[in-house]
Design a protein around this ligand. Structure first.
Ligand code: ATP
Length: 357
């Protein structure tokens, strides 16, 4: 297994800069997840690491080797695609064995490797079947086993669970986490699903417009988003964003809410400065009496989920969501007061950067 290092990596398609000056290191044995909205460059970055596309600028190192100019087949990586990319006319055994057969390995060696990989992904009873007879989850496990037999330094996975239904995705999520522990492998995993990123990653790389917005553990990103984009992207339902202005008395003025107590911040904000307040829906309660943010809202939609009650309202033309714990028999159009403590409020400055606490 090996460390992966990207140094000032850029990729352009004609005049379009798909990846812009990305530098990051993924440690040996780490499970790193690239996450971001559609078109942010996640798959492009993975393809550059795999060597499937040439990079325009920068360097890629795997372990001690500079692989920047090395063609795909000669890098010690194995890629698993969303589409599985299995050969339909071959059995599961032959699909898994394919990379070893290309290397002209001895038959007994191939059998041993295939059986071991099939055992890891729980497919030993299906080795004689063709892919058409397998479920989506089983097909993806064949693709993963085919990657395992290559014993790569790094596994690259491009949205491998997107073709599976919701229940199977959850099951496969924990299987992949387990597989990572079993193999101790370095894994780079691409998804647009922040929940997948949160549940699987050791560290998440948030991409946006071909640039890295933030790199950190899931809880780093949740508790300490570096900027407004990360604050809004990580967490579900998304963080509420409210436009606000700094008042002379040190509080915020929020249209449709009134005065909001300012959390303790690392720097002083001048009177009149425009900021955005970020408040997570799950940090709001209907019984918050002391300080911070308090608003009277009129729900236009109430979703009772049993364990939680999701309340959707508008505050001065801005959508606002609260996740209240437990089942609350609220009705649409019945005003409620919600609030959170000041230290739960995230403050983003005019350029979208977090004002540190
Ligand atoms: P998604 O989640 O939708 O798959 P992504 O984050 O993986 O998105 P990429 O597939 O990496 O995004 O694409 C990043 C940008 O580069 C997009 O704007 C895409 O249109 C562009 N792009 C990708 N491949 C090419 C190509 N071969 N030629 C021109 N533009 C490309």
């Amino acid at each position: 297994m090996a460390r992966l290092e990207l140094a000032n990596v850029s990729k352009s398609y004609g005049a379009f800069d798909a990846i812009q000056n990305v530098s990051l290191a993924i440690e040996d044995g780490e499970f790193a997840v690239f996450v971001g909205p559609s078109g942010c460059g996640k798959s492009t970055l993975l393809r550059l690491i795999a060597g499937l596309d040439p990079i325009s600028d920068g360097a890629i190192r795997i372990g001690a080797d500079d692989v920047t100019r090395r063609p795909a087949g000669t890098r010690s990586v194995a890629m698993v695609f969303q589409s599985y990319a299995l050969y339909p006319h071959m059995t599961v055994f032959d699909n898994i064995a394919f990379p070893l057969q290309m290397e002209k390995r001895a038959k007994a060696d191939i059998r041993q490797q295939v059986e071991r990989a099939a055992n890891t992904v729980q497919l030993t009873t299906r080795l004689k079947d063709r892919p058409a007879k397998l479920s989506g989850g089983q097909r993806q496990r064949v693709a993963i086993a085919r990657a395992i037999v290559r014993k790569p330094d790094i596994f690259l996975m491009d949205e491998p669970l997107s073709n599976l239904d919701a229940a199977l995705r959850i099951e496969m999520r924990s299987e992949l986490t387990q597989l990572h522990k079993t193999l101790g492998a370095t894994m780079v995993y691409v998804t647009h699903d922040q929940l997948e990123a949160m549940t699987m990653a050791d560290r998440i790389v948030v991409l946006n417009g071909g640039k890295v917005e933030q790199v950190g553990t899931p809880m780093d990103l949740y508790h300490y988003p570096a900027n407004r984009f990360v604050g809004g992207f990580i967490g579900s339902p998304p963080m509420n964003m409210l436009a606000a202005r700094v008042l002379g008395n040190g509080a915020f003025d929020v249209a449709g809410v009134g005065q909001v107590v300012m959390p303790r911040l690392g720097r002083k904000l001048a009177e009149g400065v425009a900021v955005t307040l970020g408040i997570r829906p799950e940090h709001l309660g209907s019984d918050v009496a002391e300080g911070g943010f308090t608003a009277r809202i009129m729900p236009h939609n109430v979703e009772r989920l049993g364990a939680q009650t999701m309340v959707h309202a508008r505050i001065d033309d801005q959508n606002f969501t609260c996740v209240l714990s437990g089942d609350r028999p609220l009705t649409q159009g019945e005003a409620i007061t919600v609030g959170c403590k000041a230290d739960r409020i995230h403050v983003f400055d005019e350029s979208g950067l977090t004002v540190a606490k």
